[in-house]
Design a protein around this ligand. Structure first.
Ligand code: SAM
Ligand code: SF4
Length: 334
């Protein structure tokens, strides 16, 4: 085994990466107001990594000590033949968890296959329980399909399902308690994500629309007793339990808090850019490396190891009050 294969993915700040978030497509059947503009131009298909290249990449990362991969997007379940990638990744020795973040629109039909292929956890995004408002936020989505998707994922036996909600000021900030009650009723965890300044979407003033985790906690505290959990994830998420229940409420606060010192993850975009940090534009073009050296996993691994030197100490979403990340969330992989 070469030195490269033995090298852990440790950066110059002593953080070890064991978690890869892989965006399998920038496309989506929804157009959520905080994520995309209404008229989107998506990447030409030939610019995307093929599913085989993604599986090869997964193998390289797992060979370097990554034991957790999350598939995201765009909407991962609209990528054609995504099941083949899920099966390939699901059978990698050394991968402990294969996770998925989805808008839920395809879950009604796909949940059984996902469970069979070894997807152990699913995050499902849902920002409103009012059908009209849900359609307004997602621009094209139907609430009933997502609700049916949640039921299907539970029925398929996927053990850990978490809801994700982005709260937007003046839009769904009156649905925080109903969303928590829905999670309680279904026996599901729920996380509230602060809106992040990813890309410029038609002049959206995110400093105004963003609702902080602290505000959300205060609102939940008016009706539910929350007990801070001692569990931590190496990421921007902090958890609480609702008194008298098993469900966890997470607060993902990349904006108002900075947990970069325990960051354990990197991202790969659907066109193969390795992003060392969500809030930073530095990237390494892994697609070029794979296409120049087809089938050479050692060169790919060496490139990934070298890239760790460029993992920044922390994210800076704003530079003098101006958002500095130009990629949209669907490109980054949320
Ligand atoms: N389409 C899938 C979904 O919606 O779950 C996966 C990709 S989506 C980019 C992943 C997560 O990012 C979703 O929970 C979504 O709500 C969140 N998201 C998108 N844009 C965001 C933004 N600007 N700030 C914070 N969260 C965002
Ligand atoms: Fe699509 Fe997810 Fe972005 Fe909504 S948040 S537009 S579902 S990628």
């Amino acid at each position: 085994m070469s030195q490269t294969e033995l090298s852990p993915l440790t950066d110059k700040f002593g953080r070890t990466v064991n978690y890869l978030r892989l965006s399998v497509t920038d496309r989506c059947d929804f157009r959520c107001i905080y994520c995309m503009s209404e008229d989107m131009t998506f990447l030409p298909r030939q610019q995307l990594l093929t599913l085989e290249e993604m599986a090869f990449l997964g193998k390289a990362f797992v060979g370097l000590g990554v034991n957790k991969i999350r598939l995201t997007g765009g909407e991962p379940l609209v990528r054609k033949n995504i099941q083949s990638l899920i099966s390939d990744l699901g059978s990698l020795d050394g991968l402990d968890e294969l996770l998925l973040t989805t808008n839920g629109s395809q879950l009604e039909k796909m949940s059984p296959q996902l469970a069979d292929a070894g997807v152990s956890r699913i995050n499902i995004s849902i920002d409103s329980l009012c059908p009209e408002r849900f359609s307004a936020i997602t621009r094209t989505g139907k609430l009933e399909r997502v609700l049916a998707g949640i039921e299907a994922a539970q029925a398929a036996g996927i053990k850990r399902i978490k809801l994700n909600s982005v709260i937007v000021r003046g839009n769904n900030d009156d649905e925080i308690i109903p969303l928590v009650n829905f999670a309680l009723e279904k026996g599901l965890d729920i996380s509230f994500i602060e809106e992040m300044p990813m890309g410029d979407i038609g002049g959206r003033d995110r400093q105004r629309t963003m609702v902080t985790s602290e505000e959300i906690k205060d609102i939940i505290g008016t009706t539910h007793l929350m007990i801070p959990s001692t569990e931590t994830s190496a990421g921007p998420s902090r958890y609480h339990h609702i008194a008298g229940s098993d469900i966890r409420i997470g607060f993902i606060s990349p904006h108002s808090h900075n947990f970069c010192d325990t960051c354990n993850r990197v991202r790969v975009t659907s066109e193969g850019r390795l992003l060392l940090c969500l809030g930073n534009e530095n990237s390494v073009d892994l697609k070029a490396v794979m296409r120049r050296n087809p089938g050479d996993i050692d060169i790919l691994k060496a490139t990934i190891v070298e890239a760790m030197a460029h993992k920044p100490e922390r994210h800076y979403f704003y530079d003098d009050d101006k958002p500095q990340v130009v990629r949209l969330m669907n490109v980054t992989g949320g």
